[in-house]
Write a protein that binds this ligand. Sequence first.
Ligand code: C2E
Ligand code: MG
Ligand code: MG
Ligand code: MG
Length: 278
Amino acid sequence: RAKEAGKNKIIIFNEPMNEAVTQRAQIEKHLRTALERNEFELLYQPQLDMTTNQISGFEALIRWKNPELGYVPPNRFISVAEDTHLIIPIGKWVLRNSILFLKHLHDRGYTDLTMSVNISMLQLLQDDFVDMVTETLELVKINPKYIELEITESILMESYETIAKKLRHLKAIGVRIALDDFGTGYSSLHYLKHLPISTLKIDKIFIDNISVDKRNKCLTHLMVKIGKAMGLCVVAEGVETQEQMEYLKKHKCNKIQGYLFCKPLPYNEIIKKLERKP
Ligand code: C2E
Ligand code: MG
Ligand code: MG
Ligand code: MG
């Protein structure tokens, strides 16, 4: 593990393994100073409401550019941030800044927009997570109903009740909870039954081959149906083609997110995009 290698232990690995360890150790080293050096940025990907044909809100997505490593995608560094617990301050930074941006948009008159924020399970497991969220919302003075926390299905069964309790608490405050990457975990339906979910985000892998793969078509249709029957908001991720969008629209999926409509953008371009609309 990169973590151990970073602590001056001599471990003999085969070549490819060694390389992966070195890379992870490099990421870890630079990640430790990334926040204080201001190396993170947030991009915002619009969500299109298919009934109104308007932007209903955004998902905040973190970006990291390091002078030595260059651009490191979240799929490469989030797991390192979790292993080192650096995800706690980073996640706090993401929450605070994305909500501040939303507040700014509300103040500019775009009062109905929402913000979805990815939350790591490790954050949820912190004793003070609910307090941290509450304090951030109070500090920014934003109504919790505009905030959605996206969680993925990787909860350890032993901490399941703790997590469920915290989510219920957050729901009681008015914060929405989205189940991200829906369909890719092994216990999706169990989660849907027991956790206070408001939104279901269908993973991109099901959307990808909608037009050529009959199974994906059926599965997507089914997931939309389940979500709607349970009174949830259903969002499709990674929509890239017109055909995918039309299929989703036909089956009354509530919202879409994807390159077809818009890529994740920095805040100034989001403002420009909103201002272009009547
Ligand atoms: P996610 O939450 O499922 O986010 C969706 C990912 O799909 C994003 O990748 C987004 O840029 C990408 N995407 C959106 N539309 C399309 C499309 O039409 N085509 C393709 N090919 N991709 C599309 P990104 O930004 O690289 O993030 C990857 C993952 O990293 C996220 O998956 C999320 O799990 C994690 N992540 C990103 N930002 C944060 C954060 O602030 N905190 C935490 N804990 N995790 C984050
Ligand atoms: Mg997400
Ligand atoms: Mg995810
Ligand atoms: Mg996802």
